[in-house]
Write a protein that binds this ligand. Structure first.
Ligand code: THU
Length: 139
């Protein structure tokens, strides 16, 4: 069996906190940062970017998956998302789906001091993913 990989949680949390300082959140005041480790050892980050048309707001995880694509793509292995107070923030429903696309059910999501990291499968059970699109298409 493969040895479980050592996740640099302290580095991911620090990256998420640094990213939260770059957030653009003049409307909610909730400054969010996200930082993730990729399978090939890269670290990618994102911050939330709000908009005067509130519904157009981009969550930090949206920005993170853009960074992932921009820097070469690949799979996410572990992610930390924090608010401006430095504490962990549970990814919203839409972002769980976004993370699922790029990390799948085994992606580890930081819970900070609240407990051990949780697999995305626990946060988004019975997820609909890329394989379902291929399986369920009527052609
Ligand atoms: N937000 C994120 O960036 N990620 C989440 O998973 C939850 C919410 C942001 C969006 C908005 O700018 C602010 O937090 C308040 O909802």
């Amino acid at each position: 069996m493969a040895t479980p990989r050592e996740i640099p949680w302290a580095e991911l949390r620090a990256g998420a906190r640094a990213a939260s300082a770059r957030s653009y959140a003049p409307y909610s005041g909730v400054r969010v940062g996200a930082c993730a480790l990729t399978e090939d050892g890269r670290v990618v980050t994102g911050s939330n970017v709000e908009n005067a048309s509130y519904g157009l707001t981009l969550c930090a995880e949206c920005s993170l998956v853009s960074d992932l694509a921009r820097t070469g793509g690949g799979r996410l292995v572990a992610v930390s998302v924090v608010a401006g107070d430095g504490g962990p923030l549970a990814p919203c429903g839409r972002c769980r789906q976004l993370l699922y696309e790029h990390g799948g059910r085994d992606l580890l999501v930081d819970q900070g001091e609240a407990g051990a990291p949780r697999a995305l499968a626990a946060l988004l059970p019975d997820a609909f993913g890329p394989e379902d699109v291929a399986d369920r298409a009527s052609r």
